[in-house]
Design a protein around this ligand. Sequence first.
Ligand code: AMP
Length: 192
Amino acid sequence: MQNICVYCASSSKIDSKYFETARELGAILAKNDLRLIYGGGSVGVMGVLADSVLEDGGKVTGVIPQFMCDAEWQHDGLTELVITETMHERKEKMASLGDAAVALPGGCGTLEELLEIITWKQLGIYTKPIVIVNVDGYYNHLIAQFKQAADELFMRPQHLQMWAVVESAGQILDAIANAYSWDESLRQYAKI
Ligand code: AMP
């Protein structure tokens, strides 16, 4: 494992506990020589996470669409900045570069990225570990929604093993190492 893809918030206005988690994760990635793959932004949790990896001597690849660079949203101090034409290409690139996907608390953008990668896993086109970082219960409602989807047979119980839920940054690497192994054959369960 060399690269960890992290989905996180662009907001700067959220509680300091979310920034603390990002700083902690940044330090853990740098210490373990794991490259951060993220959306390439300079603001909010995205910026704090990237800065914390870089400050601790780690490496960061940002993947950002051209229109966000046109708006000057990109982080200019990264190890590497990959510019894509579209949002879809950006998400595909982030998923393919990362050896695992981690979702910190976030808004619509983060939720969309998390749900897309889970959907790809259900379809067997993404088979790497997915970790949801449920800081202070932020994702409780989403986790309950997934359970309801399984209870009402919108998905199979097996699908609840597509991701691991942890409470803090310190638990992420263990969750990745112990993730339920997934392969393309599990596509058979996509049809309910
Ligand atoms: P959210 O969780 O809604 O803050 O979404 C995070 C995602 O929103 C990122 O991956 C980007 O796709 C996008 N995004 C929104 N604002 C920015 C910004 N200022 N810089 C970079 N990405 C942003």
